[in-house]
Design a protein around this ligand. Structure first.
Ligand SMILES: [Mg+2]
Length: 378
């Protein structure tokens, strides 16, 4: 089964009213991603998603096409691994890995559709189909308004979510104010905070100390991804805090030290960025072999979100065999994003804070071609 066409569709969704939101490292005025569309010789279509500036990804996919076109569909994960290895001068991190991730993800969708199976069946089978969703919200804005934070927290409550992650990292004082508001409004909920790597280790340790009364569920990216020694310092100073990271890391080799040295407790590969679905499965199995939890980063469009769920469904229970002491957490982004909410439907149901993955073939996404074209910027 050869692949006969590979195209990319760069997408941009401008935020309403020229609004912007983001994290302590920066704000965005549009949500963007690139869809990769491939077609097999039997006419089967598969879609993948790549993270990053769509214009850059679009041009990289033009360059990568020759390495994939006319190759066997079911060899694509291996071809992607070979390229990540072969392009070692360029492809250990960054845009090229994102572009390869999008092509590889599209192949899994086409493989599933060809066999009439959901992708998780091809990844080892279904270990689970329900996940605890956490609302990813409380974004940093230009004014960093606490009123807006309160509105976003109300949305978490009305959605029935039992866990929430908010952005912090602008200053210790603002962090305390923001977390205090959330804890006051939602006294029984799990609260995570995301610094997006905006602190030095000493500041991160001070923040963790000062936020202890609020019983944080996890602290995400306390220091920049390359500051592995910073993670060591924080782990040493705060052994009782749960640390998560990985959204800005690439390939199993990028995750290796984090996992093998147990610098964090939860790894967060992004499937549209880390090298693709096969690479994310390798990262997940390496984490599991080291008794570390997995919770993929999900901050893109509808296709990348479904890919994350397919992977999560395929991860076996370990070390517990019957009932997990803590659920596998699914990042349910509540930020405005038409590329997630308007261009297609996901194979998921959200009820009382629990996400259920429905058995749909491939990645399970049904795209609205007209809406896709509406947000296409090529
Ligand atoms: Mg994050």
């Amino acid at each position: 089964m050869k692949v006969v066409e590979i195209d990319s569709i760069p997408l941009s969704y401008p935020l309403r009213n020229g609004d912007s939101y983001g994290n302590a490292r920066g704000l965005v005025t549009a949500r963007q991603c690139t869809l990769v569309k491939l077609k097999t010789e039997s006419g089967m279509i598969g879609y993948g998603e790549a993270f990053g500036s769509p214009k850059i990804i679009h041009s990289l996919i033009e360059e990568l096409r020759e390495w994939f076109l006319s190759k066997q569909l079911f060899d694509y994960p291996t071809i992607a691994s070979k390229l990540l290895n072969g392009f070692y001068h360029l492809a250990s991190k960054g845009y090229l890995v994102c572009a390869i991730s999008g092509i590889e993800m599209a192949a899994w969708d086409a493989m599933g559709k060809t066999l009439g199976m959901p992708v998780h069946k091809l990844l080892g089978g279904k270990a689970r189909d329900t996940f605890m969703a956490y609302g990813s919200t409380g974004y940093i804005t230009e004014s960093n308004s606490l009123e807006r934070l309160k509105e976003e927290v109300h949305l978490v409550e009305s959605s029935g979510l039992q866990a929430v992650k908010i952005k912090v990292g602008t200053s210790l004082q603002e962090d305390i104010e923001r977390v205090e508001i959330v804890r006051t409004l939602l006294p029984d909920i799990k609260i995570m905070v995301d610094i997006n790597g905006n602190y030095t280790p000493d500041l991160a340790i001070q923040m963790i100390e000062r936020l202890k009364p609020f019983e944080l569920y996890w602290v995400e990216e306390p220091v920049p991804p390359h500051d592995l020694h910073g993670f060591r310092q924080i782990k040493h100073a705060e052994p009782g805090i749960t640390l998560a990271t990985g959204e800005a890391e690439y390939t199993r080799y990028g995750f290796r030290e984090l996992i093998q040295e147990k610098l964090v407790d939860i790894v967060q590969p992004d499937l549209a960025k880390c090298g693709g679905i096969y690479e994310a499965k390798a990262i997940s199995m390496m984490a599991q072999a080291n008794n570390i939890r997995i919770s993929p980063h999900v901050w893109g469009g509808v296709v990348g979100r479904s890919a994350a769920l397919q992977l999560m469904a395929s991860i076996p229970y370990y070390p517990h065999s019957l009932k997990e002491p803590e659920p596998m957490m699914f990042e349910y982004d509540l930020g405005e994003n038409g590329l997630r909410d308007e261009i297609g439907t996901s194979p998921i149901q959200l009820e009382n804070g629990t996400i259920t993955l429905l058995d749909k073939i491939g990645l399970g996404v049904e795209l609205d071609e007209e809406k896709v074209q509406h947000y296409c910027i090529s």
